[in-house]
Design a protein around this ligand. Structure first.
Ligand SMILES: [Zn+2]
Length: 425
């Protein structure tokens, strides 16, 4: 399987039917496609070989029972930070968050490979692994100003036919404590960023109301969503989560606000957890997790209290973290392992964190495997969703807007006949 499918949009083929797919509910179906959408989902009927409507049409792709999912969604990445596309960089440990941020700013100057090239290498990998939509934060600070944003706006345009990219203007070096950043964030939203970010209003800026005033004011001015990095732990963290929920509710912004990490939810007592979860659920604030090795969120308890949780990769081979593959099914595996998800129902919940729940958190319209929805789909070499989460197996076919974008099996397709993926499994 190619990990770097690079297919010019002019040559993308658009199947008319995916034959014999297994849906998440176990049904075997044929999925009909047209104009970039799913037009019908019908029970699969085994046909005499050779001449059926779904047997050997030029536009048919046989899945032979492979699991078909809506496109995977990466709810949190940093396309500008990755070092993919540059030579391997040994991880440089630092003692504090501020030192880490300063080191990253220095490394950015040393590395010599443009942001757009590194981001492209990562985006190619995402496409090949079946990710159809990604929310990427992009650093906005007094050094880099809007340069990385401009590069990622170009990448977003070049990937328009293969990957939906949301951009969050992310104040990695703080808002209140870095002069000029508030104006840069304002400009970033005016120039095409979709959301405004934030960073530990208490722990980093030391001014909860100061940072949240700026973030929420800019969100309202630009009609932008909000996605705040919150690493602050304990009751310092839960206090800020409730402050964010309170502002979200009072401004009527439910469904457009997310907090990434929210480690505090993993290290407070049950009463504090439930009180905070109830405020988040009532306000419509979503929580992103990447399945951290410390302070893992009690995702099932959050779900049961009505909090929308979704998943993201976060750092993928950058100055913060040498690991990461961009595989969102592998991310579901990691979250399942860290969160103790064991039953089939719990594994299905892990899958929803990288599909339905992530799509809802990102506000994606027309998402899902149903007639009328966009044909953003991924076929996986698994018989069902729990197996796909447990094993994060091979991707067999990736469609974006109804066109094949990965992992490029069409290169081997016989011309004029049905494409059969059985040999790939
Ligand atoms: Zn992040």
């Amino acid at each position: 399987m190619s990990q770097h499918a690079d297919t010019p949009s002019s040559t993308l083929s658009a199947p008319t039917v995916l034959v014999d797919a297994t849906l998440a509910d176990g049904r075997r179906v044929d999925v009909f496609l047209g104009d970039g959408r799913i037009t019908a989902v019908e029970d699969h009927r085994s046909e005499p070989s050779g001449d059926s409507r779904t047997g050997c049409d030029a536009g048919a792709v046989r899945l032979d029972g492979a699991l078909l999912l809506p496109a995977l969604v990466d709810g949190h990445a940093h396309l500008d930070k990755t070092l993919l596309g540059a030579p391997w960089q040994p991880h440089r440990a630092t003692a504090t968050l501020r030192e880490q941020i300063a080191d990253e700013r220095a490394l950015r100057k040393e590395i010599g490979v443009p942001v757009a090239d590194r981001a492209t290498a990562l985006a190619e990998r995402m496409v090949a692994l079946g990710t159809g939509h990604v929310r990427s934060h992009v650093d906005i600070d007094p050094d880099v100003r809007l340069e990385s944003l401009h590069e990622l706006l170009g990448v977003r345009e070049r990937f328009r036919d293969r990957l939906g990219i949301q951009l969050v203007a992310f104040p990695q070096s703080g808002v209140v404590t870095e002069p000029g950043v508030a104006d840069l964030l304002d400009a970033a939203l005016a120039e095409g960023a979709d959301l405004i970010g934030g960073l530990d209003p208490a722990g980093f800026d030391g001014d909860v109301n100061g940072q949240l005033d700026i973030v929420f004011r800019l969100a309202e001015r630009h009609g932008a969503g909000i996605d705040i990095h919150l690493h602050d732990g304990g009751e310092t963290g839960t206090f800020q989560l409730r402050a964010i929920a309170e502002r979200t509710a009072s401004l009527g912004l439910g469904g457009t606000v997310a907090v990434s990490h929210a480690y505090a939810l993993g290290d407070v007592d049950d009463a504090e957890l439930d009180r905070t979860a109830d405020a988040l659920a009532a306000a419509g604030v979503a929580i992103m997790t990447n399945g951290p090795r410390h302070s893992m969120l009690p995702v099932l308890r959050l779900r049961d209290r009505g909090v929308r949780v979704f998943a993201g990769s976060d750092n993928i081979r950058d100055s913060w973290w040498p690991y990461g593959t961009a595989d969102m099914l592998e991310r579901a595996t990691i979250i399942g392992l860290q969160g103790g998800l064991m039953s089939d129902d719990e594994l299905r919940y892990a899958a929803s964190l990288v599909t339905d729940d992530a799509a809802a958190a990102l506000g994606l319209s027309d998402y899902g495997l149903a007639p009328g929805r966009r044909a953003d789909l991924v076929a996986v070499a698994a018989g069902g969703v729990p197996e796909a989460v447990a094993a994060h197996p091979q991707r067999l076919l990736v469609l974006h807007d109804g066109r094949i974008v990965g992992p490029a099996p069409h290169a081997a397709a016989p011309s004029g006949g049905a494409l059969d993926l059985r040999g790939e499994r």
